[in-house]
Write a protein that binds this ligand. Structure first.
Ligand code: AMP
Length: 300
């Protein structure tokens, strides 16, 4: 895999794509199914407002699909995974910019359904995960992973990909999707992609655009705090309590930050660890004003 690069910068150097590379944009489920002579298809599920993180997922999807394969991106702001009163209504939906992003990234198929296309008015079946979904994000956002699993299962059925690409930024989501694929026998390979960051370490996110200037400046403290925990591990500290205290003190230097959770868990079980080991990960969620950001880092 080549080094991660700024997709927008790297694409700027390329000659314009020919019409041959136009993205097929479809809204309806019937048009999204692969044809009978289908090529290998790799799916990147997103909620749009595409940024460099999504660009990296698309690049990895293209690599996995190969020259003859097809890269499909879905853009769907899934109402089922937002809490009542959450940011569902105000979530950014820059359709033209997303179309152009997909075109420049060489996406073959863009599936952008409406909520009505995805959910019948009397929709009554959902997918629940019971072991991994109740901690961390699931504890703070009850019902969130039911929404995620349900929509991803539907996208897998609708688009029938051979593989699907997800970001490690949402590492709990990635773990739960891997579990769903295993437990429900989806014949789909799941590919994880490391988190893409801004120059100051802040993880790229569609929600970063909600931040005002001060919040944006202070948000970089999250990654610095996680890095500090990793530095302590490298120096031999194995105590989750000490690492969490140190990381929390660093976050507290940013007056606009309000921690939702800060935990050290096993990457497989997502349960808190008694001692930091090779499978430990530190995860944080914090508010800056109204905006809730998440990040995580493997500790060794
Ligand atoms: P979203 O549109 O926020 O639902 O994200 C769609 C996919 O992009 C998910 O698999 C995310 O984990 C992934 N993603 C979002 N931000 C990043 C990032 N900064 N680096 C890598 N993957 C990301």
């Amino acid at each position: 895999m080549r080094d991660r690069v700024d997709l927008a910068d790297s694409l700027a150097d390329l000659p314009p794509l020919s019409n041959h590379c136009a993205v097929l944009v479809v809204q309806h489920v019937v048009d999204a199914l692969p044809r009978s002579n289908a090529r290998c298809r790799v799916l990147v599920p997103t909620m749009g407002a595409l940024h460099r993180g999504h660009g990296e997922l698309i690049r990895v999807a293209r690599e996995a699909a190969g020259r003859s394969g097809e890269v499909a991106v879905s853009i769907f702001v899934n109402p089922l995974q937002f809490a009542p009163g959450g940011d569902y209504e105000k979530y950014p939906r820059p359709e033209d910019a997303d179309d152009e992003f997909c075109r420049q990234a060489g996406v073959d198929l863009l599936f952008r359904p409406t909520a009505g296309e995805m959910y019948a008015a009397d929709f009554s079946i959902a997918v629940d995960e019971h072991l991994l979904a109740n901690v961390l994000e699931g504890k703070s956002r009850p019902g969130h992973f039911r929404g995620v699993c349900t929509v991803v299962a539907k996208l897998f059925n609708i688009l029938a990909p051979d593989a699907a690409v997800f970001g490690e930024k949402d590492f709990q989501q990635l773990a739960i999707i891997r579990r769903m694929v295993r437990d429900l026998n989806f014949p789909i390979e799941i590919i994880g992609v490391p988190t893409v960051r801004e120059a100051d370490g802040l993880a790229c996110s569609s929600r970063n655009q909600y931040l005002n200037r001060e919040e944006r400046e202070q948000a970089a403290v999250l990654q610095r705090a996680l890095q500090e925990a990793r530095r302590m591990v490298e120096l031999g500290d194995r105590s989750p309590e000490e690492l969490i205290t140190a990381a929390a003190s660093l976050i507290a230097t940013a007056p606009l930050a309000r921690i939702d959770y800060l935990e050290i868990v096993n990457v497989e079980t997502l349960q808190p660890v008694a001692n930091v080991g090779p499978d430990s990960l530190i995860a944080v969620a914090a508010f800056f004003g109204q905006t809730r950001l998440i990040d995580n880092l493997r500790l060794s």
